[in-house]
Design a protein around this ligand. Structure first.
Ligand code: C5P
Length: 319
């Protein structure tokens, strides 16, 4: 509870986490699996406006477009969707909802509010069926990690969850963002199922995020955090929030910074409990959330009761 109050204020520390999570964080720091070398400068004291301007100047949504090796030689220019993700909504989206998969969204009755947005972003295998009252039933985009494409238990090619939506996939690449290295040794081989789905469903907008975009987000989190953050990619949640800040006039994020319903239930759709899902072990999730809370322009009451953070779209920010 003390940690929750500090999160709401935007000033928590990893030292407040359960020792088990702190230990896991330390192990990830030592392993540095993705070869992270932070070369940026710390700028921890930025105001909301300064933060927004830094984001606007630096965050560029990038997806694989087939123009760089090895993808250029593999015919990916003709394989990727003809319209880039950043131009899918030429007239822009007014307000957007980002719905995390946290267990805390159960019993929220947020479904109607979520569906009232112009676009709704969901994550991985999070369902709406059976949970409409709390999470709504509209899905415009879905961000999926590479395990969704490769682990047969998700039935990526057949499940209705991945049909009739814009799909955005990602996989942890080396921090160097060397595409040749990544192609040879992805975390999970998402390239083969990507090609297969593009060929079978050429009309479905389906993109793979460029590793430069992912690590740019990581750099920004580290830059604005006093502590040393885990040298691993940000969570799908953070990636999705920044993507929507680029596409929408205003972004409403539900149960990312937890409400009073905070729980160790990892996902609203699975009976699995682990505090790491909300506070992070692999992902620098605690730091992501502190940064997002610092950007919040919504009411404090909405944060406590709904777990809702309101963020301005980056197009309209005046710097
Ligand atoms: O677990 P998964 O990555 O599919 O969940 C989607 C996103 O929702 C996460 O990347 C994380 O940002 C957020 N999440 C959370 N708290 C949870 C579960 C998920 O903040 N308990």
């Amino acid at each position: 509870r003390a940690l929750l109050r500090r999160l709401w204020k935007g000033d928590a520390s990893a030292r407040m986490l359960h020792p088990r999570l702190q230990k896991a964080m330390g192990a990830y720091l030592r392993a540095n699996k993705h070869g992270v070398r932070f070369r940026g400068r710390r700028a921890a004291g930025r105001s909301r406006t300064e933060l927004l301007c830094a984001l606007q100047g630096r965050v560029q949504v990038r997806t694989l477009d087939g123009t760089e090796p090895p993808f250029s030689a593999l015919g990916w220019r003709a394989l990727v969707p003809p319209v880039p993700l950043s131009r899918l909504f030429p007239r822009g989206l007014r307000t957007c909802a980002v719905v995390t998969s946290a267990g805390a969204i159960l019993n929220s009755s947020l479904g109607e509010e979520i569906d009232s947005h112009d676009a709704v972003l969901r994550f991985n295998s999070a369902p709406t069926r059976g949970y409409e009252k709390d999470v709504g039933n509209k899905t415009t985009l879905r961000i999926i990690n590479s395990q969704i494409l490769t682990n047969p238990s998700y039935h990526f090619m057949d499940s209705a969850l991945y049909k009739d939506v814009i799909l955005v996939a990602w996989d942890p690449a080396p921090y160097s963002a060397n595409l040749n290295l990544w192609y040879k040794k992805p975390d999970y081989n998402l390239f083969t199922p990507y090609v297969q789905r593009r060929q079978r469903n050429p009309n479905q907008p389906f993109y793979i995020l460029h590793p430069k975009f992912i690590w740019q987000l990581w750099d920004i989190i580290q830059e604005n955090t006093k502590e040393k953050i885990q040298p691993n990619p940000p969570s799908s949640g953070f990636i999705g929030i920044l993507l929507m800040m680029n596409l929408c006039g205003e972004v409403h994020v539900y149960e990312y910074v937890p409400s009073v319903r905070q729980t160790d239930l990892c996902h609203y759709h699975e009976p699995y409990h682990d505090a790491a899902c909300t506070l992070g072990a692999y992902h620098p999730l605690l730091y992501e959330k502190l940064l997002v809370q610092r950007l919040n322009v919504g009411a404090q009451g909405d944060l406590h009761r709904k777990g809702k953070v309101v963020l301005p779209g980056l197009q309209a920010v005046r710097c």
